[in-house]
Design a binder for this molecule. Sequence first.
Ligand code: PSU
Ligand code: MN
Length: 304
Amino acid sequence: MSHHVSLSPEVQEALAAGRPIVALESTIITHGMPYPKNVETALRVEQTVRATGAVPATCVIIGGKLKAGLSTAEIERLGRRGGEVPKASRRDIPWLVSQGLDGATTVASTMIIAHLAGIRVFATGGIGGVHRGAASTMDISADLQELARTPVAVVCAGAKSILDLELTLEYLETFGVPVLGYKTDEFPAFYTRRSGFRVDYRIDTPGAVARLLQTKWELGLQGGVIIANPVPEAYQLDPVVIEQAIVAALADAENAGIKGKAVTPFLLARVEQLTGGQSLAANIELVCNNARLAGEIAKQLVIG
Ligand code: PSU
Ligand code: MN
């Protein structure tokens, strides 16, 4: 393994023993939720993975090391620092590592660390995608290119409709990324179970997901797979309320001249403010729901 990668003893042992492991990202901790809810959630998500019998591996860059597996104290420190820690996607890794700096990993960079470590399943909240207005801004998350090239399965609740979900699905089709609906025919829109857009395939069991992953990788087809797992019914938000908040957040971003990698964190924080605690509660529950499914898939992948 690359000398730039550093695994916690627990993750190292799990890898050696062939036990199931679930990777988790850290931008959701630093940029996705306010302190202290971010730390509470990160720890609860790890607990949820453990309850399935899998080992959680939260990923981050600390002092230029690509880390998989954090202690409670490390998660607490990361959560307290929040947005001070730079958000790190694929293009940021060489800089941060060569300078010995810290970075919070996005979906793209978490997939990179997971792959370097030999972890094949990753749970998060929502993935990045093609932004609304991308036809002129060309703002397309590096998460999508990562899914096209790096063999890690990403369990998510779809994507927030701060993005253009239709174009996001088109892009994924072009780059050959299968989009599976877990017990759904529709691509979920993060806060809501439905988006109006269909997934490629519906799958109803973790075993069937694991067989598809195994098959894709046995065939040497590069890249990842999206397993879209809708937010639990009880925590779903009103689509009209969410759409209003998103439209307002997009206008605020435009007026404030927000650009580049600051766009997504700005929109996430603004939507959160505009919808109050309700959206935070949904966010927390859907991440835990994804962690549970990812644990089940990881177990099947080991057995299968
Ligand atoms: N979408 C969410 N929550 C998040 C993110 C996206 O609903 O926390 C974070 C993830 O880390 C994702 C990143 O990988 O934002 C995408 O950022 P960008 O659009 O700049 O690629
Ligand atoms: Mn972007």
